[in-house]
Design a protein around this ligand. Structure first.
Ligand code: SAJ
Length: 440
């Protein structure tokens, strides 16, 4: 039997030992999914707090129940360690580490590099490696391949196998999970794609195999660039509708009545999260090496990045129209998470809105039931969420809805507030013709 056949057999009969490098919002759910499918899984992460939590059968990822962790730990199917040397006993390794942007806007590959350098020490014949972290096209072939195969003189596609499979985890979503969300898989060689697909098909319902790692890397970037550009489009539509005196929310609802050929996106105070504002910039960054300017991405990014400033300028104007001064006023920001009904504040435009309001001289407070404290890394300020939202609404001169959590009673807020600027159309019909409310 060839190395490939032997490995595929171990993957299919689930005797293969699995390692997940990086136990964050992608890695821990994946580890649980492989464990529940019958594999023996070892999670590896340098963060001892994560390892200790798993050791106590506790989950620190909202989408993963502690009960699921407990069952796997008890049955011995899930272990966790900070010790990378266990990789020498592993047959299959999935790399799920962060790929943020540097302050300069360039990709920060440090997490992928350090995971790869550790893994390279323990590479042996008969291993399959899958990179899941979102990255620029070419990363798997240009960065992982030379480092992983070289040290042990192994031939990729024969002695060992390497592929890319983009994560598609949408934190908080209940309908599409790690198990039932189709997974794209692309290998460095056909044999690599075949082995990696055989592995993932043992735990994930649908694996969509493509011909190369680059195709898989690019598919992920298309998915998220599609969103970022369409959000940029409706944000610019909001700016144009305001100039035209047309209600952008009415226009979008009308367009969304088209049952085909249209997908609804809504304007807002900007783009937050660790995916949509960041992933497309990996592609535009890579294209610079080919002397190609990814204009759609650059333009959408410029529009989205400017939305916090646009929202504050609209609020300033609306208050002025009502004889109200923003400077020295009490301004209450509702919602700082990057999207409704979650507890994640990463890249949230709310932080920029608050910073701009503070620069305009407003006395700013915020409320968010999911985010008790915030701090602005560059400007250095820190704030705590006010406790009682309605008393804060009553005291405020102006309320601005930045993240439209479902928990808020918008009718009561409009009723009690002196003025509301609604950047998310959370007030909807209540706002129609109501002099106390201005919408984006
Ligand atoms: N946003 C708008 N208008 C919209 C949609 C989103 O302003 O019409 C804003 C949100 O407020 C947020 C940002 O854009 O600040 C991103 O929102 P998102 O709905 O794209 O949510 P994310 O960032 O959690 O995106 C994830 C992505 N999942 C992965 O990358 C694995 C994305 O691919 C999913 O499609 C998306 O969730 C989803 O569908 O919810």
């Amino acid at each position: 039997m060839t190395t490939k056949d032997t490995l595929i057999k171990k993957l299919k009969d689930k005797t293969a030992n699995i390692a997940i490098l990086g136990l964050g919002y992608v890695g821990l759910p994946l580890a649980v999914v492989f464990g529940e499918a019958g594999f023996n899984v070892t999670g590896v992460d340098p963060d001892t707090r994560k390892i200790e939590a798993i050791g106590r059968s506790e989950s620190y990822i909202p989408d993963v129940k502690s009960e699921a962790v407990a069952n796997l730990v008890k049955s011995g199917r899930l272990k966790a360690t900070t010790d990378f040397s266990i990789l020498q006993n592993m047959d299959a390794v999935s790399i799920c580490v962060p790929t943020p942007l540097r302050k300069t806007g360039d990709p920060d590959m440090s997490f992928i590099l350090s995971a790869t350098e550790e893994l390279a020490k323990y590479m042996h014949k008969g291993m399959v490696i899958v990179l899941e972290s979102t990255t620029y096209p070419g990363t798997t072939r240009e960065l992982l391949l030379p480092k992983l195969g070289m040290e042990h003189d192994l031939t990729v596609g024969e002695d060992w196998f390497l592929a890319f499979s983009p994560e598609r985890v949408d934190p908080g979503r209940k309908d599409w999970t790690t198990v039932n969300t189709p997974k794209v898989m692309g290998g460095i060689t056909n044999a690599c794609g075949e082995v990696a697909t055989a592995w993932y098909e043992g735990a994930i319902q649908t694996v969509h195999q493509v011909s190369t790692a680059e195709a898989a890397e690019m598919a992920k970037l298309l998915e998220n660039t599609f969103r970022m550009i369409n959000i940029g489009l409706v944000n610019e539509l909001a700016i144009m509708c305001e100039r035209l005196g047309v209600d952008v929310w009415e226009v979008i609802e009308a367009a969304a009545s088209k049952p085909f050929g249209f997908m609804k996106f809504t304007p807002g105070p900007g783009l937050g999260g660790h995916c949509i504002p960041i992933d497309p910039l990996y592609l535009s960054w890579k294209m610079k090496a080919f002397n190609y300017n990814a204009r759609f991405i650059e333009l959408a990014s410029e529009i989205n990045t400017n939305m916090p400033r646009y929202v504050v300028s609209r609020m300033l104007e609306a208050m002025n129209d009502r004889g109200m001064l923003l400077k020295g006023s009490r301004a209450l920001v509702l919602g700082v998470a990057y999207k409704p009904d979650i507890d994640d504040v990463r890249e949230s435009p709310s932080l920029d809105v608050i910073g701009l309001l503070r620069k305009k001289g407003a006395n700013v407070e915020y409320h968010d039931p999911y985010i008790p404290h915030i701090h602005h890394e560059t400007d250095g300020w820190r704030m705590d969420s006010v406790g009682d939202v309605m008393s804060a609404v009553r005291k405020a001169d102006a309320v601005i809805v930045v993240t439209n959590h479902k928990v808020y009673d918008y009718a009561a807020i409009v009723n009690e507030a002196k003025f509301v600027f609604d950047a998310r159309n959370a007030t909807g019909k209540i706002a129609k013709g109501n002099p106390k409310v201005e919408r984006l």
